[in-house]
Design a protein around this ligand. Structure first.
Ligand code: NDP
Length: 249
């Protein structure tokens, strides 16, 4: 295995992906935005799993940071075979789309959509120059297809990631780079911590997730490991739902 860049790997789903990849033999670039201590802990766990780790602080919304992230990743490992666009934020306050403000919209678009779009461009060009047959996996959400009118900004960024996946899959196929979208359902992380009671009711009592349990970062990590391996060589532009069947309802 070669090395993987995982954005937003200091906590939650990104952490789960980083550790699952390390367990499968991938070296990992652990990217984070501000939580250095958490990122260092993840790096230590990656090394405990027998892989190498490099920690890089970079705001995916910032062009200079994205360039530095990629430079540091290649300097650390010489070659990158996998980019996982995981870093993302939810709106701090939910607001009806008839009243929502521009500030939250701009923030979410910069981090959740513009960041992955241009980071993918950077990494794809490096893979092409190096002749690396790579993989790009982007973490979207079931919000890519559910119209939650009290967080339209989030839904728009996540549905944009579906098109990002299709566009890059179509463009990069000739270079041996396969591109996938992973759509997690309700996963227990800091992002969902504030709405735990509501989701407990939806999952455990009402069964919105047919597999009646919370998803875990490990569930998403396992899916990324499967995709990043060579299990799907003739599939690209694919969506993989990691949602306990949420999309069936
Ligand atoms: P968390 O809030 O638990 O973790 C977010 C991670 O992203 C942290 O590592 C954080 O770094 C990093 N991050 C935030 N902003 C930036 C930035 N600008 N640049 C680089 N890194 C950044 O979120 P989750 O693990 O729950 O979510 C991860 C992804 O999965 C997101 O894209 C989210 O939309 C998606 N998702 C989550 C679901 C869920 O139920 N939890 C469901 C569906 C999709 P730091 O620690 O430094 O702050």
């Amino acid at each position: 295995m070669s090395a993987a860049i995982v954005t937003g790997a200091s906590r939650g789903i990104g952490r789960g992906i980083a550790l699952a990849l390390a367990g499968a033999g991938w070296d990992v670039v652990v990217n984070y935005a501000s939580n250095a201590a958490a990122a260092e802990e993840v790096a230590a766990d990656v090394e405990k799993a027998g892989a190498k780790a490099a920690v890089v602080r970079a705001d995916v919304a910032d062009s200079q940071d994205r360039h530095r992230l990629v430079e540091e990743a290649y300097r650390a490992f010489g070659d990158i075979g996998l980019l996982v666009n995981n870093a993302g934020v939810a709106p701090s306050v939910r607001a009806d789309i008839l009243e929502a403000g521009e500030e939250s919209f701009d923030r979410l678009v910069s981090i959740n959509l513009k960041g992955p779009y241009f980071l993918t461009q950077l990494v794809a060009n490096r893979m092409i120059s190096a002749g690396t047959a790579g993989r790009i996996v982007t973490i979207s959400s079931m919000s890519a297809y559910t119209a939650s009118t009290n967080r339209g900004d989030y839904c728009i960024t996540k549905s944009g990631l579906s098109m990002l996946t299709k566009l890059y899959a179509a463009r990069l196929a000739e270079h041996g780079i396969n591109v996938y979208e992973v759509r997690p359902g309700i996963i227990a992380t800091d992002m969902t911590g504030g709405v735990k009671e509501k989701y407990d009711r939806l999952i455990l009592d009402e069964g919105v997730t047919p597999i009646r349990r919370w998803g875990t970062p490990e569930d998403v990590g396992k899916a990324v490991v499967a995709i990043a391996g060579d299990l799907l060589p003739f599939s690209t532009g694919q969506v993989i739902d990691v949602d306990g069947g949420f999309h069936l309802k």
